[in-house]
Structure formats: C-alpha cells, structure tokens
Design a protein. Structure first.
Length: 394
C-alpha cells in the first residue's frame, strides 16, 4: 500500500519527523486498508520517503516506523526493543530505582508504544492504530527480550478515541496476584496501583526530580500541590523538611500517600494531607496570609495540544502567581508543566509574567526535565514534554 503526499509536504519527513497529517496526503492507493497496517510514504514525484503505520480515523494519518527501505516485521520490532533496552542500560536508570520507562514511543522509534517496567512486571500502553496492530507481537518480544513473564495492559487513555480505538485494560501476558506493587526509588519505597493509577500507575518521569527537590527541602516548610500519592512529599520528609502540607483533589491518592508515609517511616507528625481544589486552596491560603518556605506545583496536563495553549497559559499563570505570593523571601518555587502544547520557552515566560504580576523578583537556579528513561529524539521535539523550573524568590 502506498500513500502519495501533496507537493512540498515531504519536508517534515526529510527532517525525520515521524508524523504525517491527513492534509498532507494527495492520494491513498488502497483506502480500505486495515487500520494500523504498514504503508509506504511517497513524495509527489513518487520517491520513497518512509515506511509507516496507517491510521484512517486519525488526523495523524501515518506514523513512521522507519525512514529506510526495510521490512517492518517481527524482527524489526525486536531490534527496536533491544535498542531501547541498551539505551536504558547505558543511562544506568536501574541504579536509583527498579521502576522506569523501557519504551518511550516515538523517541525509541516505536510510535504509540509506552512500556514501563515495575520490578518484574511490565505495563504496556498502546495509543495508536499502528501499535494496536503490532501489540501482540511486541508483547511476545518483550517477554523474550526482557525475560519478564508478566505484562499488564493500560490502554485506557483518551487519545485512543482519536484513533478509533476503544479502551483496553487487563493482563496481556502471564499472571498477576496483586495489582498493587511496591517499588524502590532512591532508597525510598512507593506503592503503585497499576490498575487504576495515573499513567501506568506512577509518574516515573519525575523520579530524579523528586530526589533533587528533596535535597532542597531540609528545614523548610513545604507545600506540595497536586501531590498525587506523595512522591515529592516523601522525599521532602526523608530530607528532614520542617513540615509538609500535601494537597490533592483525590481522596484515593491521599490515602495511598498516607500508606507511603507509613511504609517509609518518615516523621508522620510533620505531614498533613488536605483534600481539595488546588486553585481554591491557594486563594484561601493567600487570604489567610499563610506562607511557606517551599512550594511545589506539579499540575496535570492543562494543554495536551497547542490548541489548548491559551487557556492553559492562564491556568499556569494563576497558580504560579498565587505561589509567589505565598512564598517567603528566599523561598523556593518548584514549578512544572507536562503539557505538550506549552514549550519550555513559553512556560518560562508564563512563570516570569506570574512573578511580575505578584510584584516579586525571582531567579531560576535550575531547570528540570524528564529522566533519561524518557529520551527525546532530536527529530521529535514534542517528546520533550516535561518542563520544570526551580526559582528562588528575592
């Protein structure tokens, strides 16, 4: 099957960007081809450009598997999986933790596939027609190449709807006696719910950042917003924070946070959980003239695409402005955006604007991003989704 592009629309492929949108396509020689099947992408002159998966229901009509004229078969995926494993070994991601991302979609040359390793269990997420087409083969290869016998599927994300796919969860390979796992991270332990937890159960991309932020926490009164199951809170307590207030809208997440505190034997008397809307609570704290030495903002994805950027920018500015007002002089703001529609430059501008409106001076002392188990292809800048700033209030 072949897809021919409109004149001039091959430029992104020549830069090795892996996506082709519907508007770039001139013709499809077999429009009834199966969703997820492999297609050749041709220039308007008929020259071979790449080999990709076909997704007739999505605006991203094709996602590139390879820019070479090579077969896309089971052995192709074996090579990709092996390369991903070698990359993690080279990055030594297993040194501080036994839970990390093994396959990171486009940046590992496997669009639509996310695979996270939690000790001796893999959690697989398939988000595209192409990954769905090859899912069973890739599951078999993962067992063969890692030696891990158990794979749990968490293909329940909203983006599957754009591919014409229904949500799927459950055991994909092997057996699991307990869907609640305990992982190790920089000497601390965290319980992970791979069945119901966010993403595949835990925010693995923040592992190194939790450790680093913990180092700033000693002797500080810390406010952790959007705390989820308490990753930053536990690290802060382990690093002898004076106190930690953890805020989240999910009672289930806060319950798991309390279990994590008990699991790590950190001083529970220095910790308080508070269920509620972060935006409302930050305003309440402001009106009560409360203040903190350190505030952590790790909100959910406000802008999944660039189309949501304007609305998301207002939300990011709002919480950062409130945080600056609540910080004491010399206090530290650790602020994140995981929104793909907000790039690093825009995020920094938003935080700078928040500081200006709050009437404060602040300096960036460190930039944070996703860990090395979440690599970023030079040809796919969208892979650099996690942006973090450590700011000190003057």
């Amino acid at each position: 099957m072949k897809i021919t592009l409109n004149p001039g629309r091959e430029k992104s492929l020549l830069r090795r960007h892996p996506w082709i949108f519907a508007s770039a396509i001139k013709s499809v020689d077999a429009p009834s081809a199966a969703s997820g099947s492999t297609v050749d992408l041709l220039s308007s002159e008929g020259n071979f450009l790449a080999r990709a998966s076909y997704s007739p229901a999505s605006q991203i009509r094709a996602r590139v598997w390879t820019f070479n004229d090579e077969p896309v078969d089971k052995e192709f995926f074996r090579k990709k999986i092996r390369a991903a494993i070698v990359l993690r070994q080279m990055s030594k991601v297993e040194s501080p933790t036994n839970a990390y991302r093994l396959i990171h979609g486009e940046s590992d040359g496997l669009p639509g596939f996310v695979v996270d390793q939690y000790k001796d269990i893999l959690v697989l997420q398939s988000t595209t027609a192409g990954s769905e087409f090859w899912k069973e083969s890739v599951a078999d290869l993962l067992v063969e190449e890692t030696g891990i016998q158990t794979i749990y599927e968490r293909s329940d994300v909203d983006v599957r709807e754009l591919e014409g796919l229904k949500p799927v969860t459950g055991i994909l390979r092997g057996t699991i006696s307990d869907l609640r796992l305990t992982i190790d991270e920089y000497g601390l332990k965290f319980q992970v719910d791979i069945e119901h937890g966010h993403k595949t159960g835990f925010y693995l991309d923040q592992s190194a950042n939790r450790h680093r932020v913990g180092e700033f926490s000693k002797d500080r009164e810390v406010l952790n917003c959007f705390c989820y199951t308490g990753g930053f809170s536990i690290h802060a307590l382990a690093n002898r924070a004076k106190s930690v207030l953890s805020v989240d809208s999910s009672a289930d997440a806060l319950a798991l946070l309390e279990e994590n505190i008990a699991l790590n034997r950190v001083p529970a008397d220095r910790h308080t959980s508070l269920e509620g809307d972060v935006f409302q609570l930050l305003r309440k704290f402001r009106d009560e003239n409360r203040s903190f030495d350190m505030i952590i903002l790790d909100p959910p994805k406000f802008a999944p695409t660039a189309a949501h950027a304007e609305k998301a920018s207002r939300a990011y500015k709002d919480i950062n402005l409130l945080a600056f007002k609540l910080l004491r002089r010399g206090g530290i703001l650790v602020t994140f955006s995981c929104s793909g529609g907000i790039d690093a430059a825009l995020f920094q501008k938003i935080v700078a604007s928040a500081a200006l409106d709050a009437g404060v001076d602040a300096a960036i002392i460190e930039h944070l991003s996703q860990g090395s188990d979440h690599p970023v292809s030079l040809h796919f800048p969208e892979g650099a989704y996690l942006k973090g700033l450590v700011c000190v209030k003057g």
